[in-house]
Design a protein around this ligand. Structure first.
Ligand code: ZN
Length: 321
């Protein structure tokens, strides 16, 4: 029987808003509070974190076991330090220290994709699966790796940072300064850009009909066009699958992990995307490794980071997983 008498405060520092929730020990979300980021960073972003936690503590209906933060970027979960967050312009920020001082509660911080993998093995469809990879595909792309039930961070806390792996020589310039990174080819932003090109090149496509003007195109329209069998749009998703397949083949070869879960906004493309990735992984890795690779989309959807943070708190504070 799981102890349900305590609550956890989980915050997901997502790219456009800070999403917080009060979570119980069963992984049920009891209440939520979010604030839009509106492009703020540095000290102002830190104040927003305080605001979210203040409000969540008011909403908690039981004693609070601890506070957890999931963020993109390089996070040191051992010392609770944000090593580098591009989006928030934080470098070597002792976030856990600040929060412990302010709230007098245990605090844990970790990378959002790394905790997403823990959410999947704690509360998702892959409970108690010892080894698993979650690939989070949104504005950024990163993987989280669970090995023997524990999140694997890597020597410099960057394990799974595949978004800036170069998968296309002489590709487009990436925000990191390199050309042809996975993010320039398979992130939600990249897909929107490709869709705009596709509309211009295929003015009679279903997608062009849905969007009218190419600048109006949304991910929902791209998904609808796929469901209606629009060839140029299906080709576009196949290209995404190709580059994801190359990067994920690397993970499969390095770790020989058979269970892979795709999360993030791009997981909305469901089986169309999974089939494309599956096809291309097969072409880029040893068949004896790949034939047992199982890829699926996460059922935890937008709560995967919040639940991952909750799972990390339970693991660290209660020894539960
Ligand atoms: Zn890059």
């Amino acid at each position: 029987m799981v102890d349900d008498s305590r609550h956890l405060i989980s915050v997901d520092l997502a790219s456009n808003e800070f999403q917080g929730a009060v979570v119980n020990l069963r992984g049920q979300i009891m209440s939520r509070f979010s604030v839009p980021l509106d492009g703020c960073n540095g000290e102002a972003a830190l104040k927003l974190v305080y605001e979210v936690i203040d409000r969540l503590l008011e909403k908690a209906g039981a004693p609070v076991l601890g506070i957890g933060i999931g963020s993109p970027g390089l996070m040191d979960p051992i010392q609770g330090i944000v090593r580098y967050s591009v989006n928030l312009d934080w470098r070597d920020l002792p976030l856990a220290g600040y929060l412990k001082e302010r709230y007098k509660l245990p605090v844990h911080v970790a990378n959002n994709s790394q905790v997403a993998a823990l959410a999947e093995t704690t509360f998702g469809a892959n409970r108690r699966v010892p080894n698993l990879i979650v690939v989070k595909m949104g504005v950024g792309i990163a993987a989280g790796i669970v090995l023997n039930g524990q999140p694997y961070y890597g020597d410099g806390f960057g394990a799974g940072e595949i978004g800036h792996l170069v998968v296309k020589e002489n590709g487009d310039l990436c925000r990191c300064g390199h050309y042809g990174c996975l993010e320039t080819l398979a992130s939600s932003r990249a897909v929107l850009k490709q869709a705009q090109k596709s509309i211009t090149q295929n003015p009679d496509s279903i997608l062009a009909g849905l969007a009218g003007n190419s600048s109006n195109v949304t991910l929902e329209m791209i998904l609808k066009a796929c469901q209606e069998g629009d060839r140029p749009t299906l080709d576009l998703i196949d290209e995404v699958g190709r580059y994801m397949g190359i990067a994920m083949a690397g993970l499969v070869c390095a770790y020989n992990i058979q269970q892979i879960v795709v999360a993030g906004i791009m997981a909305g493309f469901g089986q169309t995307l999974i089939d494309a990735i599956q096809r291309h992984i097969k072409q880029h890795a040893l068949s004896s490794l790949v034939e047992k690779t199982h890829i699926e989309t996460s059922k935890l959807e937008k709560d995967i980071v919040i639940l991952g943070v909750a799972a990390l708190l339970m693991q660290r504070e209660l020894g539960l997983t």
